[in-house]
Design a protein around this ligand. Structure first.
Ligand SMILES: *Cc1c(COP(=O)(O)O)cnc(C)c1O
Length: 380
């Protein structure tokens, strides 16, 4: 059995670190705030190369807090991409603004930067650029367009910890960025967790305040805020994992090259394409596959778990029916939805596992050919 992600394998590889981190927090009763949160905050900011890291309860909140503190609200429009997790758009609505979607790039699956400018109106206040699957979008072009039109650029880095484009890490081009530490993300807690990063002092302070009931000091509520805190246990677990993240990212890249190697030459599938001058973090390894649904069932019978990210593009979800979009509005996202398939991907995978998965895929298409040949013979 090859699961899509194996969190147990990662725990087993660093069990000692995790167990003592958890024990320390409990013996110090440092459950909310406190030194473990502060430590992780500093460690992450330093390793990432950013001035401020503001922890919060989850990645969704971090997007919402950033937009709120940038003054986005009723009457505004915020642009994001048609293929993402719903957090990228539902948080726009939470602020009172309206989400506007851009179709995806046919080769890289993230926002098609060429179609961004056409979506900008006088009401546009921000763009949420999602670095989907661990590969950055064309953030230079997107950044220039935002500057030209004087709108904020927020980077959703939930799937792109330590990814790079032209030597710049994800999240360092826009005014600020959001991260998720959901357990299955590249740097994952043992529960919900997230953060914002920015080099803007004033924005950092506002976000920190808003996430903590509008107060930087207990009982000093400057504004009304929300309760979105990172807890001590999650912070200590994340601190224990942080020293391994670059190594894990390397391993994900190695697994991706093994997949590329073992799957090369199969004409029924399209392998994920690497953007030149970029460093992928392979949160997901997504192929395009003919007869995708049949292939999934076939692989499941071989004990291989696969997923689809995402089965329905955001504009076509019932939640956005009110925007009255049709497939013609987002033809690329609509087409991709029929054949994208995410294969198992995590640092602890072995070459044998990848070879087994690749063989399963090859066998599936070979059997399809045989079936077709038999059908032709039969008809003749
Ligand atoms: C996971 C994810 C989020 C939300 O993170 P949570 O911590 O689950 O709230 C936001 N955007 C994208 C692209 C994600 O993949």
């Amino acid at each position: 059995m090859i699961p899509f992600v194996d969190l147990q394998a990662q725990y087993n590889s660093i069990k000692g670190d995790i167990d003592s981190a958890i024990a320390n927090v409990i013996s110090d009763s440092a459950f909310i705030g406190g030194k473990y949160v502060k430590t992780f905050e500093n460690q992450f900011a330093q390793l990432y190369g950013v001035k401020h890291m503001i922890p919060c309860a989850n990645g969704t909140d971090s997007l919402y807090i950033l937009m709120k503190m940038l003054g986005i609200g009723h009457g505004d429009e915020v642009i994001t991409v048609a293929n993402s997790w719903i957090s990228s758009s539902e948080t726009i609505t939470q602020t009172g603004a309206t989400p506007v979607f851009v179709d995806v790039h046919p080769e890289y699956f993230s926002m098609d930067e060429k179609q961004l400018e056409g979506k900008i109106t006088l009401r546009t206040k921000a763009v949420i650029a999602v670095h989907l699957h661990g590969q950055m979008c064309e953030i230079d072009t997107i950044g220039s367009i935002c500057k030209l039109h004087n709108i904020h650029l927020i980077e959703d880095c939930a799937q792109a910890h330590f990814s790079e484009y032209k030597g710049v890490r994800a999240g360092l081009t826009g005014i600020a960025a959001s991260f998720s530490f959901f357990p299955g993300k590249n740097l994952g807690a043992y529960g919900d967790a997230g953060c914002m990063i920015t080099n803007d002092d004033a924005l950092a302070e506002k976000c920190r305040m808003y996430a903590n009931h509008g107060a930087l000091k207990k009982h000093h509520h400057q504004i009304e805020g929300i309760n979105s805190r990172l807890d001590g246990l999650q912070a200590a677990i994340l601190s224990a994992k942080l020293p391994y993240i670059l190594d894990w990212t390397e391993k994900r890249n190695k697994n991706a090259s093994l997949y590329n190697q073992y799957l090369s030459g199969l004409k029924e599938i399209i392998l994920p394409k690497m953007r030149p001058e970029s460093k992928h973090s392979y949160h997901l390894y997504v192929i395009r596959a003919k007869k995708r649904n049949e292939l999934r069932i076939y692989l499941e019978k071989l004990g291989i778990e696969t997923l689809i990210h995402y089965p329905t593009p955001l504009p076509f979800l019932p939640a956005y029916q009110y925007l009255k979009h049709t497939p013609a509005d987002f033809p690329v996202a609509y087409e991709l939805q029929q054949d994208i398939l995410s294969l198992p991907m995590y640092p602890e995978m072995t070459e044998e596992m990848i070879a087994y998965i690749a063989n399963g895929i090859k066998k599936f298409y070979a059997e399809q050919l045989t079936h077709n040949a038999e059908r032709i013979t039969h008809n003749a």
